[in-house]
Design a protein around this ligand. Structure first.
Ligand code: SF4
Length: 372
């Protein structure tokens, strides 16, 4: 295969890794690329928008993660790009001003450190031979040595290491070659320590991703780990990728249980809503309400679930309540609340229509606020 052919295969295979792109809707996160499908519009972890060249270095994996279509032994077209190939294609796109950054991941070629060295070699070529100063997101390969991880941090703008599951029990059900504590938790803690405020690599952003629904984990378990990643390890973003039935080993819980693929995508969406409530709306752990099985409700968003269980909090006075109180109103997002605060400086808000919201959302807001 020539470089472009390999890029087509490897970029397509990178679609399941969402740890470089945020956004709240399913379509937003899974936007397919442009120009042969390897250029992805994304929102960066530190904010701002960009187009990234997103690809794997290789899909020839030595590992056996049971949820992954690239696991060893499956019948997929295998190929590997050389570091020079990635660097020269990428720089060509940079020169044509088609991309502003790179997201580079890989299946495990031989072993974790060999793969990490190849990934780091691409970044080294870009930084030192091509003098590229822009955005480079490198995937940290589970099981990579501390030295290889430190090398990545010295070259990257952002790194991600996918936690995959909330805890060892679920992880062990999905992978026989990787060790949760040694290959995932230890490097996550190391990345956290090496990038903490005031440290040598504090400029590097860190993200991670859960696979949702491949095991029989509950939302409660995922949310607990998510809090740990934000509060104890100071990760910048946590992403979720719904397990897609049919891609994994028939024995895993996700294959046996998932009744409806749309439900897993909705579950992923609800987890993103929780993530936003925690990061942007000031929600704490006990504000996220779960059902008796430890899962989020699928029929209502988590903010509305909280509102409906706190009738004493409403109606909220739209002309006098502070920002935190307004943010608890279902239907009022960050932008609308900012607009309300700005409008209130000049005049009293007498009609909610003036806020620029309409339809069902307007009706929802009306049931939680008063404008006197
Ligand atoms: S390490 Fe696991 S998740 Fe990553 S490509 Fe290999 S089989 Fe897939």
């Amino acid at each position: 295969m020539d470089t472009i052919e390999k890029l087509k295969v490897l970029s397509e295979d990178s679609q399941y890794d969402l740890a470089c792109a945020c956004g709240t809707s399913k379509d937003d996160r899974r936007k397919r690329g442009l120009d042969g499908k390897w250029l992805y519009p994304v929102t960066l972890p530190q904010g701002g928008y960009s187009i990234l060249l997103k690809t794997l270095l290789s899909n020839a994996c030595a590992n056996d993660c049971k949820y992954c279509p690239l696991r060893s032994g499956t019948n997929v077209r295998r190929c590997t790009l050389q570091p020079e190939e990635v660097a020269s294609v990428f720089m060509e796109y940079v020169r044509r001003k088609k991309v502003f950054g790179l997201f580079l991941s890989s299946a495990v070629i031989n072993n974790a450190d060999y793969t990490m060295d190849e990934i780091n070699a691409v970044a080294r070529l870009l930084r030192y031979r091509h003098n590229f100063r822009g955005y480079i997101h490198l995937k940290i390969i589970p099981g990579a040595s501390d030295a290889a991880i430190e090398d990545s941090l010295s070259l990257a703008s952002a790194v991600s290491l996918n936690i995959e599951t909330p805890g060892k029990k679920h992880f062990d059900a999905l992978s026989s070659k990787k060790d949760y504590t040694r290959d995932i938790i230890h490097p996550l803690k190391l990345i956290s320590k090496l990038t903490e405020k005031g440290s040598k690599f504090s400029r590097v952003k860190c993200t991670t991703q859960f696979i949702v629904g491949a095991s029989d984990e509950t939302d409660s378990e995922i949310i607990e780990y998510m809090f740990g990643l934000y509060n104890r390890l100071n990760f910048n973003r946590v992403y979720f990728s719904a397990y897609q039935k049919g891609l994994g080993n028939p024995e895993i819980p996700g294959e046996r249980q998932s009744p409806n693929p749309e439900k897993t995508f909705l579950r992923e969406h609800r987890l993103y809503q929780v993530d936003f409530l925690i990061r942007r709306y000031g929600f704490k752990g006990n504000d996220i309400l779960l059902d008796q099985s430890g899962n989020l409700r699928m029929d209502k968003d988590p903010k509305e679930v909280w509102a409906d269980s706190h009738p004493e909090y409403y109606p909220v006075r739209i002309n006098t309540s502070d920002r935190e109180t307004l943010l608890r109103v279902p239907g009022l997002g960050l932008d609308t609340v900012s607009r309300i605060l700005k409008m209130r400086r000049d005049r009293k808000i007498t009609r909610l229509e003036a806020l620029g919201i309409k339809g069902k959302r307007l009706e929802k807001v009306k049931s939680y606020v008063i404008s006197e």
